[in-house]
Write a protein that binds this ligand. Structure first.
Ligand SMILES: O=C(O)CC1=CCC(=O)O1
Length: 261
C-alpha cells in the first residue's frame, strides 16, 4: 500500500507482480475501491507490473469536496503514472474508470499503449439521471438506493450469494462527497468526439446483464475506436472482474499477449 501526494490530492495506490514487468493499470468504478481487482490481479501472470489506485473520493485516497470534473480525475492518474514512471501501459478502466482511460489516451498516448474499456461508454446516463442520483444521495444517503445499484452491478444468481454483502458495504461506505463528486464528473462527460479520434489497440468488455452500461452501449463506444474488439461476458453484470474473474482475466491476458504486451 502506498500514498502518492500529488499536491491538491493524495492517492492511495498499490503495485503487484514484477516492478520491472510490462505495466497494466486498473481504474475502478463509482462507489468502489481498488479491491474490485483483487481476483483479477491474483490470476494475472506475475510477470506483469499491476498498478491500481483509488480515485479521489474513494477507498483510502483523499476526499476533496464535491463536485469533481473528469479533467481532474484524468489529471490525477496522469500525475500518478508520471510519479511512478509508467509508460506504455495497458490501461483497464471499468465504468467511470473507462471514461478516465479514454480521457488519458486522448491526452497521453505515451502513457497508454492500449485500452481495455470495461463496462463503460463515451457517455454514461444523462444529466437528468445523474441529477436524480446526486439528489437522492444527498437527501437520503447511498444506503437508500444501494439495493437498486446491486441489481445493476450483479446478476440475480450472484446477488443470492453471501459475497454480495461485501460489495454492498463497499458501496454504502463510499464517502458521500466522493460519490456525489464523481457523479458530477460522469454527468459532465461526453467523450464521443475525442474517443472517435483514437487509434490504439482496444478491447471493450461488456456484461450480458449489465444494468448500468448495457452491451449495446459498450459496443457503440468500442466502434468509435478503429480496430477495436468487443467481448461479451455471459452471466455477468456491471462488475465482471468480481463476478466472472476467470473469464475476465483470461480475456485480458489473451488480449495483452496478442498485442505483445
Ligand atoms: O452505480 C452505477 O450505476 C454504475 C456506474 C455508473 C458509472 C460508474 O462508474 O458506475
Amino acid at each position: 500500500m502506498h500514498m502518492a501526494d500529488l499536491g491538491d490530492v493524495a492517492l492511495h495506490w498499490r503495485e503487484d507482480g514484477d516492478p520491472k514487468g510490462a505495466p497494466i493499470v486498473f481504474a475502478n468504478s463509482l462507489g468502489t475501491d481498488l479491491r474490485i481487482w483483487d481476483k483479477v490481479v491474483a490470476r494475472l501472470p506475475e510477470t506483469y507490473r499491476a498498478i491500481r489506485y483509488d480515485k479521489r473520493g474513494h477507498g483510502l485516497s483523499d476526499c476533496p469536496p464535491a463536485p469533481y470534473t473528469m479533467g481532474a480525475m484524468v489529471r490525477d492518474v496522469e500525475r500518478l503514472l508520471d510519479r511512478l514512471e509508467v509508460r506504455d501501459a495497458v490501461f483497464v478502466g471499468l465504468s467511470v474508470g473507462g471514461m478516465i482511460a479514454q480521457g488519458l489516451a486522448v491526452k497521453r498516448l505515451d502513457q497508454v499503449r492500449a485500452m481495455v474499456l470495461s463496462n463503460t461508454a463515451a457517455k454514461i446516463g444523462t444529466k437528468e439521471t445523474w441529477r436524480g442520483r446526486i439528489d437522492a444521495a444527498e437527501r437520503s444517503g447511498i444506503d437508500t438506493f444501494a439495493d437498486d445499484v446491486m441489481e445493476k452491478w450483479f446478476t440475480r444468481a450472484f446477488r443470492d450469494t453471501a459475497e454480495i454483502k461485501i460489495w454492498r458495504n463497499m458501496l454504502i461506505r463510499c464517502p458521500l462527497q466522493g460519490y456525489v463528486g464523481t457523479c458530477h464528473a460522469i454527468a459532465g462527460t461526453d467523450f464521443y468526439t475525442p474517443t472517435s479520434g483514437l487509434t490504439l489497440p482496444t478491447l471493450a468488455i461488456a456484461g450480458s446483464e449489465d444494468g448500468s452500461t448495457p452491451p449495446d452501449l459498450v459496443r457503440e463506444t468500442a466502434e468509435l475506436v478503429k480496430g477495436s474488439e468487443f467481448c461479451l461476458l455471459r452471466r455477468a453484470g456491471h462488475i465482471p472482474c468480481v463476478e466472472q474473474p476467470d473469464a475476465y482475466t483470461a480475456r485480458l491476458v489473451e488480449f495483452m499477449t496478442r498485442i505483445g504486451h
